[in-house]
Design a protein around this ligand. Structure first.
Ligand code: GTP
Ligand code: MG
Length: 241
């Protein structure tokens, strides 16, 4: 039996329209390079036809697993629940709204196979970028949020939600307790990956559906930062002793 090589975790909230396009783009990117992979959709009870669409795609042969959470909410915890359902030794995390290019997944996978412990899709290194339709406000917001995380990690785009890691990194992380969106940052700070690689990506603006990034999420981020700085202070001190 062929073993599952890669699990792609996709958190969703009202993304029914995007799922078929995403699955098609992932399949096109992976079919030439991998023999067995899975897409795990962790949906927070969207009730927008997601279940019906995923059933249809599965019947058509897509390697899709849908988990509908009825009592929980939140992007970061959805990703962690996705890891718990995953079978493969390598995980990729990406958004459903086609902002993250599935064509980069084979490279992420190869870098993990070659020994990287974290591969981050970055908009802010040469070759990467954002859509021209990004407003100045959105760009400044993203850059400012990154600046606030500067003393937690030296990666160029700590806000990125497109990344890969080996299962072992997740398994050795203790006390994961992300609030809000930034699960990548949480894994970097608490897992201390030894070999982080950054890959330039072009971040597309979502075409379908609406953004869930609210002011509330941004306030959650500040709270998350506070707990990560506190965690880092304590663990750096423990390492020194
Ligand atoms: N399961 C789950 N997924 C979520 C939740 N909030 C957002 N998501 C998903 O997380 C991904 C990122 O959310 P987006 O709304 O695209 O956030 P963003 O990329 O910062 O903003 P836009 O691209 O402008 O929409 C998408 O796939 C969302 O459907 C949530 O509470 N639960
Ligand atoms: Mg998005």
């Amino acid at each position: 039996m062929i073993k599952c090589e890669l699990s792609i975790i996709v958190p969703t909230l009202r993304e029914a329209m995007n799922i078929p396009i995403l699955v098609k783009e992932i399949t096109t990117a992976l079919e030439p390079v991998l023999s067995d992979w899975e897409i795990i959709i962790i949906d927070d009870n969207s009730r927008d036809g997601t279940i019906k669409i995923c059933d249809r795609l599965s019947r058509e042969g897509a390697p899709l697993k849908l988990v509908v959470r009825k009592n929980k909410r939140g992007l970061a915890t959805a990703v962690l629940d996705g890891f718990a359902h995953a079978r493969a030794p390598v995980f990729v995390v990406m958004d459903a709204d086609l902002s993250h290019p599935p064509t980069s997944i084979p490279l992420f996978y190869k870098m993990i196979q070659d020994g990287a412990e974290f591969v981050l899709g970055s908009r802010y290194i040469p070759g990467g970028g954002t859509d021209d339709r990004w407003t100045v406000y959105r760009l400044l917001n993203s850059k400012f949020a990154s600046l606030l995380a500067r003393d937690l990690t030296s990666v160029s785009d700590p806000m990125s939600g497109f990344f890969a890691l080996p299962r072992s990194l997740w398994e050795r992380c203790e006390n994961l307790s992300p609030v809000g969106y930034k699960i990548g940052l949480e894994l970097i700070v608490k897992g201390r990956p030894r070999n982080i690689k950054e890959v330039p990506i072009h971040f597309r603006t979502r075409m379908l559906g609406e953004s869930k990034l609210s002011l509330r999420q941004q306030l959650f981020y500040l709270n998350h930062l506070r707990s990560l700085y506190w965690y880092k202070l304590k663990s750096d001190k423990a390492l020194e002793e």
